[in-house]
Design a protein around this ligand. Structure first.
Ligand SMILES: *[C@@H]1O[C@H](CO)[C@@H](O)[C@H](O)[C@H]1NC(C)=O
Ligand SMILES: *[C@@H]1O[C@H](CO)[C@@H](O)[C@H](O)[C@H]1NC(C)=O
Ligand SMILES: *[C@@H]1O[C@H](CO)[C@@H](O)[C@H](O)[C@H]1NC(C)=O
Length: 222
């Protein structure tokens, strides 16, 4: 039997890895998603989501309520010193250990709430016609998981800023980044739609961020 050279083995492994990274589950090519320190995001870690620009753009993403009822909605903390609640990404199809752009994924807030709900994010259309991100979604590759399926896209070419994108199934032109809806009572709900400006974000690994260092860290990075 012919022996395969270690170099060839290593190369073929590399090529398999490359084709994995560049697999095109959506349309655009996939690349590693980096956190604010330039480390690749992993499915197994939890992350805080913060605005790309420090200051009046507010704090991290968290959970709030609409009319004090269940389920919860994803909101942005108003104060820039609030880091929000950690979230976790899960791949819908792929099992590659790193989170990549343009790869269907679900998003789940980690902290438990008083509501009986799953903490998987889900896009819902309110009676007002506004699309907001609530919890109680389903992380499933089937049709029941469609409203909970997002992709991360990079914004620009400078230091990594990203947007979380949602597409209506079968309508590629519907793809838009999540942004913020400012309600009358001053809450900032994560929202989606033609009138919603995509919101540039960065990620911080949960373990890299204690509440007290948050404001210093984000000022250094921004
Ligand atoms: C909030 O509650 C008020 C009073 O109960 C009700 O009139 C209103 O329709 C509710 N709004 C939403 C968005 O559910
Ligand atoms: C969450 O979804 C489940 C199943 O779809 C439903 O029974 C439950 O009432 C929902 N919870 C909330 C808080 O809306
Ligand atoms: C949320 O959960 C994380 C991880 O379990 C924990 O470190 C953090 O203190 C929690 N935050 C709140 C506000 O409960």
């Amino acid at each position: 039997m012919k022996k395969t050279s270690p170099l060839l083995l290593a190369l073929s492994g590399f090529i398999i890895l490359l084709s994995f990274i560049s697999a095109k589950p959506f349309l655009a090519s996939a690349e590693l998603v980096l956190d604010a320190y330039g480390e690749p995001l992993q499915w197994s870690n939890n992350y805080y989501v913060s605005p790309h620009i420090w200051g009046p753009t507010g704090g991290g993403l968290s959970l709030g309520t609409l009319n004090n009822s269940c389920p919860h909605y994803v909101i942005q903390e108003k104060s820039e010193v609030q880091r929000g609640l950690p979230i976790k990404f899960s791949p819908v199809f792929s099992r590659f250990i790193f989170v990549t752009t343009n790869t269907p994924l679900t998003i789940q807030t980690i902290n438990e709430t008083e509501c009986i709900e799953s903490l998987v994010w889900k896009l819902v259309k309110e009676s007002t016609g506004l699309w907001l991100v609530s919890t109680n979604g389903t992380a499933s590759p089937g049709p029941e998981g469609i409203a909970s399926r997002f992709v991360i896209e990079r914004i620009g070419t400078s230091f990594p800023a990203y947007k979380i994108v949602f597409c209506l199934p079968t309508i590629p032109t519907s793809c838009k980044g999540l942004g913020r809806y400012f309600s009358k009572d001053g809450e900032r709900y994560l929202a989606w739609g033609d009138e919603i400006e995509p919101f540039p974000i960065v990620f911080f690994k949960e373990t890299s961020l204690s509440a007290t260092t948050f404001s210093q860290v984000i000022q250094t990075v921004a």
